[in-house]
Write a protein that binds this ligand. Structure first.
Ligand SMILES: [Zn+2]
Length: 409
């Protein structure tokens, strides 16, 4: 069956996919010139869907579809318009386009709901320009950190300057915090960025929680020495300890359901082929959607790091670089999304999100829920990102049904 709104959404995603700062690949940073052009397009699509559009100071684009006269509540539907470097065209913009499409259907039917809908295109989720994520959603949630305004990009432009050039007033970002009265929640449609839905053979999944995430730097210090003259017995090889730890991390995560743990960086000092490694620094990234399990897994793996060091006669030092709690999705909104999936004749598949999303900061403001759309090969942050028109059609239908169910709830 042809679905004109899904086809329109796909066409718009192609248009946005061509709006880039770089000629041969898609890169659209926070408050950049390409973002300005993307805003011009998206603002027009929002207006065509019956929304009143405004830009806030941080650089979010907000389209508001008013409620019927009785309604004083608002539902926020959002995702981000910024991208990583050499990005695909669906990570972020898909959720904005699906939100606009669902509102457009209401507008076509001249239908108002007992609540207003705000579709928000967030200014920055990926953090490419200033290495600081969630700028848009943190401003909206009222948790924007003003110290970030002094951060500089690769050209030496401060965030405050970039915001001013984009048309915002950096001193008034506090006003971007939600002031529109009672919220019903925040809903985001996003590509899965993983292979689970494709393996299950289903177009959509309902997200149960956004995994919490901790990052550490772990340093092993042993003793450097001559590779030819220091006997094997009694060596204090920092890299051998680190290697044992890397495999221990993998084994631990594999044997605990839902834990994902990765050592992605390893630097070896002095790093010469004829020298016993004296010091190794490595990264640890550990995630789990359940907060208690996440904390316990982190404790267990760090304990293992110390145990390996003690047994091998090297010392270890651990520094926490970041720690974000898991965000459970709202059971109320999750149940309505699942019902909306069921009403389409499908079995709702529940899955956690291993990646962070704007729902993380938004959870400080209101209940959050997410719908994942199957993407080819689970590939994201890559020009090969791909979704089908059929799956986009299903996601617009499910979001529309969700709005109807929410209106009755
Ligand atoms: Zn994203």
């Amino acid at each position: 069956m042809q679905d004109s709104s899904a086809e329109a959404a796909m066409k718009r995603l192609d248009i946005l996919g061509a709006i880039s700062e770089e000629p041969d690949r898609l890169t659209r940073q926070f408050a950049g010139e390409a973002m300005q052009r993307a805003h011009d397009e998206v603002a027009e699509w929002m207006r065509q869907a019956g929304m009143v559009v405004r830009h806030d100071h941080i650089g979010n684009l907000r389209g508001r579809y008013e409620s019927d006269t009785a309604g004083t509540h608002t539902l926020i539907i959002g995702s981000h318009l910024d991208t990583v470097r050499d990005a695909g065209r669906y990570d972020g913009p898909l959720g904005v386009m699906v939100g606009i499409a669902a509102v457009h259907r209401l507008h076509d039917l001249e239908k108002r709901l007992p609540f207003a809908i705000e579709v928000v295109a967030f200014a920055d989720e990926e953090g490419l320009r200033f290495s600081s994520t969630y700028l848009g959603s943190r401003a909206m949630a009222g948790t924007f950190d003003r110290a970030d305004l002094d951060r500089t990009d690769a050209e030496g432009t401060t965030m405050a300057e970039a915001i001013a050039t984009f048309g915002g007033d950096p001193s008034r970002i506090g006003e971007d915090a939600w002031q529109g009265g009672t919220l019903l929640g925040y809903v985001e449609v996003h590509i899965e960025q993983g292979p689970v839905l494709e393996r299950l053979g289903v177009p959509l999944g309902v997200v149960t929680a956004i995994a919490g995430q901790a990052r550490y730097e772990i340093t092993y210090t042993g003793e450097a020495g001559h590779a030819g003259t220091v006997p094997m017995r009694g060596r204090r090889d920092a890299l051998a300890a680190a290697a044992e730890f890397v495999l221990a991390v993998e084994r631990d995560a594999e044997s605990h359901d839902g834990v994902v743990a990765t050592v992605g960086q390893l630097s070896v000092y002095p790093g010469a082929s004829n020298v016993i490694p004296g010091e190794v620094a490595l990264s640890l990234d550990l995630r789990h959607p359940n907060e208690a399990i996440r904390v316990e897994s982190t404790r267990r793996i760090l304990e293992r790091a110390r145990e390996i060091a003690a047994r091998r006669g090297v010392t270890t030092r651990t520094e926490q670089l970041s720690d974000h709690s898991s965000v459970p999705c709202s059971p109320r909104l999750l149940a309505l999304l699942a019902k909306a999936v069921e009403a389409g004749g499908m079995t709702p598949e529940l899955l956690p999100s291993g990646a962070g999303h704007d729902g993380v900061p938004m959870s400080a403001l209101t209940d959050v829920a997410m719908l994942f759309v199957r993407c080819k090969g689970g590939i994201s942050h890559n020009p090969a990102e791909s979704v089908t028109t059929e799956d986009v059609s299903v996601s617009i239908n499910v979001l529309s049904r969700f709005l109807e169910l929410l209106a009755k709830a």
